[in-house]
Ligand binder design. Structure first.
Ligand SMILES: [Zn+2]
Ligand SMILES: [Zn+2]
Length: 225
């Protein structure tokens, strides 16, 4: 799952625009496409749009007018999507998004509550408040507190395979340097177990977490979008 190659962002946006055409009220198309347009380089937010317009939670013509980031941990995001008809909770990563349910139903899944640090649904509701008052989500790639690619927070490890992760051995780009070969003595990685072997060495050495506010590694320059 973590190694799945995400679709290109341009492809994703095109697919969503098409879904909007079929799933949204005609007189709202411009407005809804405008909302989508804000997130053209935010893979995590785009997954919410894609899931929403693919499955339309109520089965009725509808569209997202605002999304808000409620919480995030290790590259997993909890969003509220305000729509023409209601408000919904979504869980999203760089790979995919899933509907939790209507915002008003809160979160009943204890695993999700624990993951984000809420004791129970009441705790969640108390801390988050009303969906209409939540601030609009700033695209992940423009949020200075998040890794611009995998969305991990300050001090957390990147999602494995994130091109921003710095190699603890050579200070280069972990996804691109030679260390995986040098450290494992393999000249290619043909199986998952080979990758696991490298992951174990990497964990032992100590991964370099994302540091908000630090200058982006030089290898990221000209490599965005
Ligand atoms: Zn990252
Ligand atoms: Zn290296």
């Amino acid at each position: 799952m973590e190694n799945a190659q995400p679709k290109s962002l341009a492809t994703l946006v095109k697919e969503i625009s098409l879904l909007i055409e079929y799933g949204a009220p005609v007189d709202e198309l411009n407005r809804l496409n405008e909302v989508l347009g804000k997130y053209g380089s935010d893979a995590i937010a785009l997954n919410v749009f894609h899931n929403f317009y693919s499955y339309l939670p109520e089965g009725l013509d509808d569209g997202i007018t605002k999304i808000s980031r409620i919480a995030n941990q290790h590259g997993a995001f909890l969003f509220s999507a305000t729509t023409l008809l209601g408000s919904y909770l979504y869980l999203a990563t760089r790979e995919s998004a899933a509907l939790i349910g209507p915002f008003s139903n809160g979160i009943q899944d204890q695993d999700i509550l624990n993951f984000f640090g809420w004791r129970d649904d009441d705790h969640f509701k108390k801390e988050v408040g009303e969906s209409t008052k939540l601030p609009e989500h700033v695209p992940v790639n423009e949020s200075l507190d998040l890794c611009p690619v995998c969305g991990t927070s300050d001090g957390e490890s990147h999602a494995f395979g994130c091109p921003v992760e710095v190699c603890p051995w050579c200070d280069g780009q972990l996804t691109n340097c030679e260390c995986r070969f040098l450290k494992t003595g393999r000249d290619k990685f043909s199986r998952d177990s080979h990758l696991d072997e490298f992951m174990a060495l990497l964990e032992k050495k100590g991964r370099i977490p994302f540091a908000a506010g630090q200058h982006r590694p030089s290898f990221m320059k000209g490599n965005e979008g």
